[in-house]
Design a binder for this molecule. Sequence first.
Ligand code: G
Ligand code: G
Ligand code: MN
Ligand code: NA
Length: 254
Amino acid sequence: IRLEAQLREALAEGQLELSLQPLLDVPLGRIAGYEALVRWDHPERGPISAAEFVALAEETSLIVPVGEYVIDTACLAIARLVAAGADPSPFVAVNVSARQMAHPGVIERIVARVDAAGLPRGSLKLEITESGVLDYGLAAGLIELCHRHGIRVALDDFGTGYANLCHLHRLPFDTIKVDQSFSHDMLDSPRAMAIVESAVRLGRALGAEIVVEGIETPEQLQALRRLGCRYAQGYLVGRPQTLAQLLAHPWDPA
Ligand code: G
Ligand code: G
Ligand code: MN
Ligand code: NA
């Protein structure tokens, strides 16, 4: 409860910050976009990861203003990168939670913020994790509404949890993000490699783009190239960085 009050204060006082992690377009060999990851630099405790405080924010209605801060800041950051010469225009992927999506009018407010930042609608992708799909009817309606507004939707952490093939069966995601546990093992485990390979094929069959997360070595990236995977994300491509860091070294892998 004390942390909740502190989070409310952090939001008001601008202690929340965004990190942006680049995604590589594997066949083209260039940065295609960024995933926004929210951070909280707590005055006494130091940096607190999103994993820690997003769960807390979800238990309260704080996830709504936190989510709006993230969308706003992410769109403005991408607009700054574009203004600084990022070419072609990158996309920005923003994580959203079920609690946030259940709020009436949330998509319309998100669209208004994309427009206000001067970005094309297609530059925003919403990333939904398994826990973000509480109800298929609701999720399908939200995805349809996003598509009508030109916003794309990704299924995050694919391969973990219970119902991910059900999600793909019922919901028309534009992007599937394969969880990093598979890429970490794929060069040592033929089973992990088989799963990544199947995900790439599944994406092609479903008309969804595949992102493989957690790429840390050139050998893993080479394997993705061989499989015909479209996007790679991970420390090899770049660590999550602040906008200031990205503007200082726009195309350096971190
Ligand atoms: O980068 P980090 O280890 O803190 O991320 C941990 C988790 O927090 C990830 O699963 C990520 O999806 C989630 N996350 C990061 N930023 C946000 C955000 O802005 N909103 C939501 N709902 N989740 C986020
Ligand atoms: O659940 P989601 O995929 O949104 O979470 C992304 C998290 O994964 C972030 O916390 C990010 O810092 C972390 N991450 C990104 N790339 C790598 C990587 O190559 N290796 C590891 N171990 N973690 C990564
Ligand atoms: Mn994500
Ligand atoms: Na993920």
